[in-house]
Design a protein around this ligand. Sequence first.
Ligand code: NAD
Length: 312
Amino acid sequence: MRFDGRVAVVTGAGRGLGRSYALALASRGARVVVNDLGGSLFGEGADATPAATVAEEIRSAGGEAIADDSDVASEEGAASVVGAAVEAWGRVDVVVNNAGILVPGALPGLRPADLRRHLDVHVVGSFAVTRAAWPHLVAQQYGRVVLTTSVGMFGGGHLVSYATAKGACVSLGRSLADAGRDHGILVNMMAPAADTRMVTDPEFRAQSGLPPLAADHAPDPTRGPGQAAPMLLLLAHESCPCTGEVLSAGLGRFARVMWAETSGIVADGLGPEDLLARWDAIVDDSSYVVPASTSDAVRAREARIAGARGRP
Ligand code: NAD
């Protein structure tokens, strides 16, 4: 699979997973905007070096890349990431929203400001960068957009802000997928896993109650970011087989993550006691639907109700 003639923007590409995505796209012919604010894992500070280093790495391997150190959480920063691509190469085809921060935090200490920081980077950032690219994608009736969620979307009491933001990225991506369906724009989510600083950072491990890594800890290539990149390449390519899906990728494993609704029960006039009595049937997951969108979920619900009531 090649990306010759295609232009990609990858946010948070100065390190970790984003760097491996940018290198993989460039090695297959894409021209790449390497965006990275260069902050700490906790979202503090800024440094233009990580983005510049990765862009230089691509160019010295014979590829084409531009470094951009904008903050995707700001509307102007998000617009300038896409603006850099359009100014240099006149188009944008692939948008990879990968930038992220992770500050562990639980109630009662967690403050609304901590939640807002995560929503700003992960959700508002992904929205703002995609929004800036959207008119270009619609005009060319072609686009591939990837948002980054996490196993965090399943919820974690010690990661409330991060988990909330990652859950919101799924609904954002699925909404964009629905909006892009008639325009040749496919939008999917990566739930990656890799031993980046997001997992190995000593302060993060201490705050999360994880044991410190051994002093002689050596990176394991089977757990590196490059292991997730093949799924990113597929989702970013013309031959991407899906839209609105969440794909888990990394550590040598690839899988689909789904939000599903059980068939449930259909009955009128029940009280809470009846619901308790029929609990097993309500939550029985031997029969379920995986809706593609809100309207699809409504259609499936109406069909289930009509079927149970014996209506056509
Ligand atoms: P990382 O910290 O190595 O890389 C994230 C990069 O994003 C950093 O270089 C950082 O400077 C950049 N960034 C942060 N805020 C930014 C902003 N506002 N604007 C521009 N750049 C910004 O972490 P990683 O593990 O490579 O994570 C990449 C993505 O994958 C994140 O969205 C993360 O939540 C997600 N993820 C990672 C894992 C994992 O196992 N590593 C698991 C699930 C999800």
